[in-house]
Design a protein around this ligand. Sequence first.
Ligand SMILES: *[C@@H]1O[C@H](CO)[C@@H](O)[C@H](O)[C@H]1NC(C)=O
Ligand SMILES: *[C@@H]1O[C@H](CO)[C@@H](O)[C@H](O)[C@H]1NC(C)=O
Ligand SMILES: *[C@@H]1O[C@H](CO)[C@@H](O)[C@H](O)[C@H]1NC(C)=O
Ligand SMILES: *[C@@H]1O[C@H](CO)[C@@H](O)[C@H](O)[C@H]1NC(C)=O
Ligand SMILES: *[C@@H]1O[C@H](CO)[C@@H](O)[C@H](O)[C@H]1NC(C)=O
Length: 314
Amino acid sequence: MMQFQLIPFVLAALLNRTENNGWEHGPEYEFSGFLKMITSLEKDMGTALGTGVYFNLTCRPREPDVLRCQLSNTTITRLRVQAFSIDPAETDPNDTPRVFSITKSPFEIKFNERGIESFITERKDAPIPWSINEIGLIASQLSVGIDSSDELGSSYKSVENFTMGECDFNYTITRQTIDEDSRGTRDFSLSPLGKLEKFSGESIIVTKERDFDGCSRCFEPFFGSRYTLGLLLRDVITKLKTSTSRIFISKQHFTSETVNESEVFDTNRKMLGKILDHMKLTLKSISPAEEKLSPFSEPFVFGGLVDIARMAKP
Ligand SMILES: *[C@@H]1O[C@H](CO)[C@@H](O)[C@H](O)[C@H]1NC(C)=O
Ligand SMILES: *[C@@H]1O[C@H](CO)[C@@H](O)[C@H](O)[C@H]1NC(C)=O
Ligand SMILES: *[C@@H]1O[C@H](CO)[C@@H](O)[C@H](O)[C@H]1NC(C)=O
Ligand SMILES: *[C@@H]1O[C@H](CO)[C@@H](O)[C@H](O)[C@H]1NC(C)=O
Ligand SMILES: *[C@@H]1O[C@H](CO)[C@@H](O)[C@H](O)[C@H]1NC(C)=O
């Protein structure tokens, strides 16, 4: 059995092999992900419209607490939606996906026990602030944020001192029995580490819901695809209303998603409508990496600006 860090401090990947033949350079994890935006605006008479950014994310463990990742195949396309809901939102077959560039350069995510500590790139590839934000939003889906004193069935309400001010959130850890066989078998299994270890067994679902109505102030967190296909005009003001994050972990599956609902206003504070943002990251496969990984020669470090699951205990 070979063991590798999938998400430092949280989740390991076990490969059913006794010798590392072909795996000398460690594993490469392949995730696929998207960020869908669904709008319901007065100018469209409330008709729901949507855009989706799709991407592949590959990551390799470089150090026990560092993942080296790279985005590829980042495209944006219109969605065909039936309602102001995340469910029936599929890519519109009449639209051609366009390239949506974020960054092609590799970047590292450095974790600590609480989540993401910082990001690192090669200095010559130092991303522009816009890309840093996008990387942070995508990477934040890899932050689980479980406190060591949390019990299964843990469910509590707390206040979080967030960038947005003090916000209420509800937090639950539940377990669900699923039939893994019916979902296909894979050549790896996932094993919870550290704080999550005591939840081993069946699947684990960590849910975190935030309600921003009670928050003292608001900022505008959003993915950079807001205005790309013209559904929204520039310079709207976004007011985040609710945010729900859900992380699902089982022996063979890892998915992490966040759904945010916001209201949008023009600069005169007239309400224009509402928006749903749905970001999801899914582990697709684990394969042997093809080349040796060396540390960056001139590392450039920037802050871990988002941490979806960071929490303050009551
Ligand atoms: C790459 O992303 C696309 C779109 O999200 C997805 O359909 C595909 O399965 C991904 N490829 C891999 C190897 O994850
Ligand atoms: C990117 O897309 C190409 C063509 O669809 C595919 O062959 C490749 O595997 C994708 N890259 C990743 C990392 O999934
Ligand atoms: C949140 O942070 C502010 C400013 O740093 C501080 O005044 C306040 O007491 C903090 N609230 C909590 C609940 O920690
Ligand atoms: C938290 O749970 C309470 C009781 O179930 C509910 O009334 C409240 O709306 C929830 N808050 C959030 C932020 O989901
Ligand atoms: C969703 O809300 C969270 C706060 O819960 C925020 O950190 C994140 O940036 C938001 N995501 C998007 C895509 O707007």
